[in-house]
Design a protein around this ligand. Structure first.
Ligand SMILES: *Cc1c(COP(=O)(O)O)cnc(C)c1O
Ligand SMILES: [Zn+2]
Length: 408
């Protein structure tokens, strides 16, 4: 089981015991889980992993849960890594892959983070969880709390995609729609949590969602037989998936399971909300709040990420970059990917396709490099966004042969 030893502040390095519920460090920095990787290295082999469960819990020694009974799993992780031959040919990339996180429970990679966080809540005896969410984290939290029999209190923007709203309601969560964005939802949670007895599961304010998300990095290494690709494109909102993968690569090196150059980490954001791109271009360590954030990629509507300095550090240390794409480019790319490869992806993931085309054109990516695009969510969750491309105005005329109504 786990080799978790402590929590360590990512900003000031102060250490905390891991056996109690914790949010941020006293200094305001996010806490990171630390493991005894030397012990793990001696007692575990990468060749045994295939004998583990077909979920992210196959990496249990580097996940925080100590009691197997506490694990709340709906089969998250072990998502397909699909070679995109036809799209690659179109874009001029011979080694292009899509890691399809849309096949997770609740249709997004958020399932990984919440499977881990809800399991730790069970282990630590927490009964009432509260979350501010741009959408998909809420869906995952509702599902995992339902599976664990815990109370879920969800705060999300009033204009969140319908899928997210319905998923939360159908799982019996307590849902509050907020006239604002994820930051406004977070404020409501922090104002009310003490009086209500809620534990705040905001990403990075809670240390274990990151641990679930990092399994995307372990899994990629395993699926590529312990050789990492040259570049990873990731649609960054809070950027926690990217931070988590970077942490996974550090741990994998300490385990001596991988060696050599790490991938260039490329953050993709929406033109209507690109604080990380701006900070990267200006050489800044932290981002500034992005005013009037707007994009159909709801997961990218994060005007200020708590872990911005960790995202920017990973991008720079890896020799990566940050790219913005417009909503129109995302939807175009989503339709291209679906018609070339049969993968119907979230606008967030589609944004990475558009960014790949830009980076190939600029020469930042070479045609023969191994490039992995993370599709973080299922296209099926974004029917409102894609519907703008396919309005169904029923013509009222019947097809003479089939008796069918013909969409115009
Ligand atoms: C939450 C979310 C993102 C952003 O994830 P981070 O790791 O917080 O940057 C991207 N895409 C989708 C579909 C999401 O739900
Ligand atoms: Zn600190």
């Amino acid at each position: 089981m786990t080799t978790l030893t402590k929590l360590e502040c990512s900003a000031c390095r102060k250490e905390y015991e891991s056996g109690a519920p914790r949010n941020l460090c006293a200094c305001g920095g996010p806490l990171l889980a630390r493991y005894d990787l030397e012990k793990t290295r001696q007692s575990w082999s990468r060749d045994w992993i295939q004998n583990g469960p077909s979920s992210m819990w196959r990496y249990a020694p580097v996940l925080p849960v100590s009691k197997p009974r506490a694990i709340v799993s709906l089969g998250e992780g072990m998502t397909p890594l699909v070679k995109a031959e036809r799209l690659g040919k179109r874009l001029g990339a011979t080694n292009l892959w899509v890691k399809d996180e849309g096949l997770n429970p609740t249709g997004s990679f958020k399932a990984r983070g919440l499977s881990c966080a809800v399991s730790m809540a069970v282990e630590l005896g927490i009964r009432k969880l509260a979350i501010p969410s741009a959408g998909n984290a809420a869906s995952a939290m509702a599902a995992y709390c339902a599976a664990a029999g815990l109370e879920a209190h969800i705060f999300m923007p009033a204009d969140v995609p319908q899928s997210n709203y319905i998923e939360c309601k159908v799982s019996g969560a307590n849902v509050t729609l907020v006239d604002g964005l994820i930051g406004d939802c977070a404020r409501v949670v922090s104002e009310r949590k003490d009086a209500e007895g809620w534990f705040d599961v905001s990403t990075l304010k809670e240390p274990y969602r990151l641990e679930g998300k990092k399994t995307m990095g372990y899994e990629l290494a395993e699926q590529f037989r312990w050789r990492l690709p040259d570049a990873i494109l990731y649609p960054a909102g809070g950027g926690v998936g990217l931070i988590g993968m970077w942490k996974a690569f550090q741990e994998l090196e300490a385990l001596t399971w991988i060696a050599g150059k790490r991938p260039k980490m490329i953050a993709v954001q929406a033109a209507g909300c690109q604080p990380i791109v701006r900070a990267f271009e200006r050489g800044e360590e932290r981002s500034t709040f992005w005013e009037n954030a707007r994009t159909v990629a709801s997961g990218l509507r994060v005007p200020k990420a708590l872990g911005d300095f960790l995202i920017l550090r990973a991008i720079r240390e890896s020799g990566g970059t940050a790219v913005a794409v417009t909503d129109e480019e995302m939807l175009d790319a989503g339709m291209q990917l679906a018609s070339d490869e049969g993968l119907f992806v979230a606008p967030e993931g589609a944004g990475c396709v558009a960014a790949t085309a830009k980076l190939l054109a600029s020469g930042f990516l070479r045609p023969d490099e191994t490039v992995v695009i993370y599709n973080t969510g299922a296209g099926l969750k974004y029917l409102e966004a894609y519907s703008t491309r396919f309005p169904r105005e029923i013509s009222g005329e019947y097809d003479k042969l089939g008796g069918l109504i013909t969409p115009r």
